[in-house]
Ligand binder design. Structure first.
Ligand code: GLC
Length: 598
């Protein structure tokens, strides 16, 4: 059976969907929702800013970002105007996958600091009216977690059923693909008890057995302890994968193709038990607190997404999909970009269709970058001068003018871009290193792989935050755990503070605009000029107020055909010093207009 990486399979499906889309007829109103039909919630109105703690700010010179470092930048966070900070995992971890392999859910990773530091961070955020959302990684933990140490010690250990074991006397278990392992299998043989255990990610990340009620209670009580401290929510890592058919049947390629779109991630995410567990979690934990929950919607599709976030089902609040971020990768290779780039028509179709999913109920999210993605500017814009500034601001305008809670990744406000490492030795990410191993083992083209990584590798999005033009961009006084992008001499926060036209200050203005315009949060979304190959334009409408968003995604000038008379329109924001009023857009121009509706 062909083994395929989760995100890669998602990418294929996205391409198929999108190419079907290009032939569809033009404009359509994509929402039936009116202002009164959606319930107002703080997490719908918030702008979320994601901090990758390892790369944000190092306070003690060990080359790794830490909590005290974040504390020292609280005023910067406040100055951005964002409402919620999502922190990638900061728990005890041996760091096989940078904290996504947790060995102790109740402690702080040594490199990041102590629980006292955490308490001070939370207090500092709350004093500034910023909420804190943590990462919840409970599809798997670390093989160094006490539960797993116990579990593997004997077949009769009380923790045995906290994980998925397959006794070797039953033969080899049915194939399941595992990421981050050169052999590509999600099963690892453990001679100690003559059994295989399941790990959808690396062998250092054994999958937890949610069928075991004791395990579920442990997780719920751990969640409560963080909420009792005052944490404001969780982003739930690959949460759709927690429900599994634990008989581990053989699944044929035919079944995979016919029932699960040919995608392993959809198969992993499709168990009915998933919803039993999430409903139980809601009932027993999250509904008792005023918190938000976000699913990393791995394996979910436009058909299944609402099952997670329809409020009537009482499971989660929001989910994020991969259709957008997987656009433009080819079928061959690992994250290999189509040499022609991605197609804007497909991009528009994906985001419009996802808006439609939540048109009458549920709530979506919008993002273009995070710690699993390359830099937004390189991937979706144009990082070469003179276009870099404009396209960075244009993408910011997109994220902050769509319906759905915006998730904005640290450093994107500075227009940080891919570092494009030349050699595998520069990478630290388990994904790049294991995929390199796979290509090598198969005798594939390693140079081609490295070229592809210059666009797609996750480490591009993880290089240290560029604070100023001092050594190591002011991130650390030690040796940074991952190289700093040498362009920090020009691209850094300090230089941008005083420049009113910087991408940083544009981000701040855009955040303020979203906050004072409920239309940008709740307003109906309507795509216009769907077939325009250069421009993405749409209106947002709420209670008679109508805004028009015009975004030129290309380096050529372009004219959108909106059919709207712009003579009485007011410019609310634009990324050129004198924004276009007549609809003619310069390269990467972004403008939001207030229309005078009679
Ligand atoms: C999620 C995380 C990613 C991690 C993986 C395994 O996709 O976002 O960083 O590697 O889960 O935990």
């Amino acid at each position: 059976m062909k083994q395929v990486h989760y995100y890669y399979t998602l990418c294929l499906a996205a391409m198929l969907l999108a190419s079907a889309a290009c032939n569809t007829s033009a404009d359509k109103s994509t929402s039936k929702q009116t202002a009164t039909e959606t319930e107002r919630k703080w997490w719908k109105e918030a702008v979320v800013y994601q901090i990758y703690p390892r790369s944000f700010k190092d306070s003690d010179g060990d080359g790794v970002g830490d909590l005290k470092g974040i504390i020292s930048k609280l005023d910067y966070l406040k100055s951005l105007g964002v409402d919620i900070i999502w922190l990638n995992p900061i728990y005890g971890s041996p760091n096989a996958d940078n904290g996504y392999d947790i060995s102790d859910y109740q402690s702080i990773m040594k490199e990041f600091g102590t629980m006292d530091d955490f308490d001070a961070l939370l207090k500092g955020m709350h004093e500034r009216k910023i909420k804190l959302v943590m990462d919840l990684v409970v599809n798997h933990c670390s093989d160094e977690h006490e539960w797993f140490k116990q579990s593997r010690s004997s077949r009769t250990n009380p923790y045995r059923d906290y994980f998925h074991w397959w006794p070797a006397e039953k033969g080899k278990p049915a194939f399941r693909p595992g990421s981050f392992e050169v052999d590509g299998s999600a099963w690892r043989f453990d001679s100690l008890t003559n059994a295989y255990y399941l790990h959808y990610f690396s062998y250092k990340q054994p999958d937890l057995n949610w069928e075991n009620p004791k395990l579920r209670e442990e997780i719920y009580s751990m969640m409560r302890s963080w909420f009792d401290k005052g944490v404001d929510g969780f982003r739930m890592d690959v949460i759709p994968f927690i429900g599994k058919d634990t008989t581990f049947p053989v699944i044929t390629q035919k079944d995979l193709d016919e029932k699960y779109e040919g995608r392993w991630d959809v198969y992993f995410a499709s168990s009915p038990q998933l919803h039993t567990y999430l409903h139980e979690m809601n009932e027993k934990v999250t509904s008792k607190y005023d918190v938000m929950t976000l699913a990393e919607g791995a394996g979910t599709t436009q058909k299944t997404a609402l099952d997670l976030v329809d409020p009537a089902r009482k499971e989660l609040d929001m989910s994020y999909h991969f259709d957008g971020v997987n656009l433009g990768y080819m079928k061959e290779g690992f994250k290999r970009m189509d040499p022609k780039g991605y197609h804007l028509l497909e991009f528009k179709k994906i985001y419009s269709d996802w808006d439609e999913v939540f048109a009458t109920k549920g709530w979506g999210t919008v993002y273009l970058g995070n710690h699993d993605q390359p830099r937004m500017l390189t991937r979706w814009g144009n990082d070469a001068p003179p276009y870099d500034q404009y396209s960075s601001k244009m993408l910011t305008t997109f994220i902050l003018s769509m319906r759905g809670t915006p998730y904005y990744y640290n450093g994107d406000e500075l227009g940080m871009r891919n570092i494009r490492f030349d050699k595998i030795e520069d990478y630290r990410d388990i994904e790049s290193i294991s995929e390199y191993g796979k290509v090598k083992k198969a005798g594939g083209d390693l140079q081609q792989f490295l070229n592809d990584q210059k666009i797609g590798a996750r480490d591009n999005g993880r290089t240290p935050f560029q604070w100023d033009n001092t050594a190591n961009a002011g991130f650390t006084t030690g040796i940074p755990w991952l190289k700093v992008n040498p362009n920090y001499l020009q691209i850094n926060a300090a230089a941008q503070e005083s420049d009113p036209n910087s991408t940083l200050n544009y981000f701040r203005s855009m955040v303020q605009l979203r906050k004072k315009e409920p239309t940008l949060v709740y307003g109906k979304y309507t795509l216009l000029d769907a077939q325009n190959p250069s421009v993405y334009c749409y209106t947002r409408e709420l209670n008679g107020r109508k805004l028009l968003v015009l975004l030129n995604f290309k380096a050529n000038t372009a004219t959108p055909n909106t059919g709207i008379d712009l003579s009485k329109a007011n410019v609310l924001i634009g990324n050129y010093p004198s924004p276009s009023k007549d609809g003619q857009l310069r390269p990467y121009e972004a403008v939001i207009l207030e229309l005078h509706v009679l």
